[in-house]
Design a protein around this ligand. Sequence first.
Ligand SMILES: Nc1ncnc2c1ncn2[C@@H]1O[C@H](COP(=O)(O)OP(=O)(O)OP(=O)(O)O)[C@@H](O)[C@H]1O
Length: 604
Amino acid sequence: MLKQRQQKLRQMLKPYFNTTDLKKCFRLLKPFLVKQWNIYLLMFVSLVIDIFLTIAFAWFFGNLTDTAIKGDMNRLKMLVPIGIGFTLTSVVNNYIYIYFDTLVSNGLKRELQNYLFQHILRLPVGTVANLRSGNLLSYFTNDIHRVDGLSGSNLINLIRLPITYVAVLIYLIQINWVLCLITVIVAPVAVIGGAFFGFILKKSGREIHELIADINHTLNETFQGLQVIRSFTLEKNVFRTFSRKNKDYYHLELKNAKLQGWYSTAGYLLNSAVFLFSLCLGAYFISEKTMTVGNLLTFINLVGYLVNPLTGLASQWAGFQRAIAAIERVIELLEKPVASDELPSFSPAIKEIHSIQFKDLTFAYEENKLIFEEFNLQIPAGKVTAFVGPSGAGKSTLFNLLQGFYQPKSGGILINGIPTAEFSFSDLRSAIAHVPQETFLFGGTFRDNLVIARPSITEEEMIEACRSAYIHDFILSLPDGYDTQIGERGVKLSGGQKQRMAIARAILKDAPILLLDEATSALDGETEYLVKAALDKLMENKTTLVIAHRLSTIQHADRIFVLDKGKIVQEGTHEELIRQKGLYQKLHSSSFIGSEMKKDTVGA
Ligand SMILES: Nc1ncnc2c1ncn2[C@@H]1O[C@H](COP(=O)(O)OP(=O)(O)OP(=O)(O)O)[C@@H](O)[C@H]1O
């Protein structure tokens, strides 16, 4: 029965003293902290000086008082410069300590942010697709800043508090051991209480960090989708959602503040009780002539250091727990495996294409939902290959796999007879220029968006590419030319202008493989003509794979593959396919491939 009760109690207390997460955090932080060992050493020296000064000051007050009561002027004259010396040392030491504390905390945050950012950049596309961008932002704007709780002075306090406690206790025992007993008796209360509060604070801390991430996500999505929100008049709904989360956040912070309030009140109460008790007992000892006034002053001055390290250690524990709650979220992300060891960068290793082959390729985004099974396909080099097929057939997935965004379950893709898995991402992706359906442009100028295509692009190359993409004249018509700001995501440009910018960027990249995902959105006649002309220039001397919607592109293609449910169901030229009974004919007659196609064929 007793054993059962003990087990139950142990089970109940287990989470309160669980150190697994703490160990995990320190395993993550260890390499960064080790790097800063010299600053920590200096902080330790500063700490030893501080402890010495704490006791020295108390000794000074007691001695000064007793000397004054005795009226010993010679000793007083000697004590005053000592006091000044202590004060000056303390001021300098304090400054140094704060400076080093800031240095290590901010240094750690900087390193950790770089580490996390690199990690996110190296994560597989599939992993990032499951993360919310607001959440990702929250790691940087909120969670990482909590690492303060596990570094700098908070870390040093782990040593400072016990050393202070022991040093002060030894010194005070010599003054009056009975008074010291009181503080020793309250020690377990302070330590256990602090550990308990620490656990509760960690729990509420985790809830707060998750809610902050959620609010960041809502804000991010709202600002990105402001146009949709306006056109569907969702402002009221969006505001209601935001203000509800904001209210939850307010209440959680309030709950947390209450807990912290209780905790510090309890610490204050304990401190005051010990102080009052020591004072009364000390006064009694003075009246009994077993203690001097100076000694009592010294004792009262130091007694706080016998309680504070205990409550302080417990509060340190509480602070640790809150920091752990935030860092745990960061660790969860860091534990996700990366796709490559290095950060990819431009590396034009593959200069020519002799063959591209999909060989026995089996792929699924999700378990048990195969998109391709034992898929085989040979892409002719230096030619234009078009893919057509109904929505969801797997056309974009082929592009994703070719660029190494996702890894096949079995089989693979060979470029020039070499499996793409053997190329680094830098080599593979530098050999491919992808013009997606939706053009993403960075906020900044035209120039900023063009020069990212490849390192060391000259002004002449940039202008030539823009001429070929039929966007140069438009850019020059603007007052600042290539230095004109295009707005966030290029909001100041039309759909056709954005597409031509994407084409200019692909021309500048000058990669031997071109992946083209034609936009389905219709452009006006002149823009359509310009985009088509730009594409023709882009496709020259390249091995081009195009997800085609325009008849002109399909007619221009050397080979067309009709894809349905992850299988090639037909292949040939447009003329061959249009004569065959099959999906291609069906797609054509239902104007799936593009109204332009039907119109032109009917006209032909
Ligand atoms: N990231 C993803 N996670 C899970 N499933 C996905 C993902 N991307 C695509 N799919 C699924 O894979 C299948 C093939 O999609 P894919 O985008 O390759 O088709 P598609 O032929 O390009 O279609 P569309 O012409 O409409 O763009 C679809 O069933 C789609 O739902």
